[in-house]
Design a protein around this ligand. Structure first.
Ligand code: G
Ligand code: G
Ligand code: MN
Ligand code: NA
Length: 256
């Protein structure tokens, strides 16, 4: 209960921050995009990770204003960085969406306003949906996702392969990107079954003309397996952990 009051205050006092993790093109090593990940800078308890407050934020509906802030701030920051880069090197920014946000009829308007106000082109925004979020979907959810896609925004399935009917979602939802769950990537270098499944997911993506992103790459062995298998993109501690805005600025523009 105390935490709930703290969370309400945090929204009013703007106590949230974003971290940005690079998403790398595996064939070349260039940064193609960023995933925005929220943190709560609590005045007494310090930095609180999302897993420790997102569930409460979802229960209380506070995820709606928090999620809107994340979306707006991610678009604003990505547009700012893109303006300093040649247009053929513009970055995408990926934002995680909660089921509670997807239940809101105004979500397409909220997304559109974030794009318009930031100047970020719609095709540079990726919205990440987890399979668990898609499990209890209703018809309106599907229509809302199509309305967001009609803006030009791209959709990713996060944690792909961990749900109980991953393949069904690929038919039912208008997704553009598969994010291969870290649990597959962890074992890709040394467990033959994990390697076979991972390569199978990559080939599935290629057959459906979807981008594939491997999550949680931590070493060179995993990277070479994935690159050899023609996985398009990857993210993980091997490249960089989620970085503060200042650290990401330094990574993107080292000379300045
Ligand atoms: O940032 P970290 O690596 O600790 O993220 C942990 C989890 O929190 C991930 O599953 C991630 O998808 C989720 N998460 C991070 N930022 C956000 C956000 O802005 N909104 C939602 N709904 N989930 C987020
Ligand atoms: O949205 P999603 O559940 O995919 O969030 C990504 C989560 O994975 C975040 O909590 C992020 O900090 C974490 N993460 C990103 N790269 C790595 C990695 O290489 N190893 C580990 N253990 N976690 C990672
Ligand atoms: Mn994600
Ligand atoms: Na994930």
């Amino acid at each position: 209960l105390e935490m709930e009051a703290d969370l309400r205050r945090a929204v009013l006092r703007h106590e949230f921050q974003l971290r940005f993790q690079p998403i790398v093109r595996l064939a070349t090593g260039e940064i193609s995009g960023l995933e925005a990940l929220v943190r709560w800078q609590h005045p007494e308890r310090g930095m609180i990770p999302p897993l420790d407050f997102i569930p409460l934020a979802e229960e209380t509906g506070m995820i709606v204003p928090i999620g809107e802030w994340v979306l707006r701030e991610a678009c604003r920051q990505a547009a700012h960085w893109n303006r300093q880069r040649p247009e053929d090197q513009w970055l995408t920014v990926s934002v995680n969406l909660s089921a509670v946000q997807l239940d809101r009829t105004d979500l397409p308007d909220v997304v559109n306003a974030a794009l318009t106000d930031s100047g970020l082109p719609a095709h540079r925004l990726v919205i990440e949906l987890t399979e668990s979020l898609l499990v209890d979907h209703r018809q309106e959810t599907l229509e809302r996702l199509h309305a967001i896609k009609d803006l030009g925004v791209r959709l990713a399935i996060d944690d792909f392969g961990t749900g109980y009917s991953s393949l069904a979602y690929l038919r039912r939802f208008p997704v553009d990107i598969i994010k291969i769950d870290k649990s597959f990537v962890d074992d890709v270098g040394d467990v033959p079954a994990a390697a076979a499944l991972t390569l199978g997911i990559i080939q599935l993506g290629q057959a459906l003309q979807l981008s594939t992103v491997a999550e949680g790459i931590e070493d060179a062995g995993q990277l070479s397996e994935l690159a050899d298998g023609n996985c398009e993109l990857g993210q993980g501690y091997y490249f960089a952990e989620p970085l503060t805005t200042d650290a990401m600025q330094e990574l993107l523009f080292p000379a300045d």
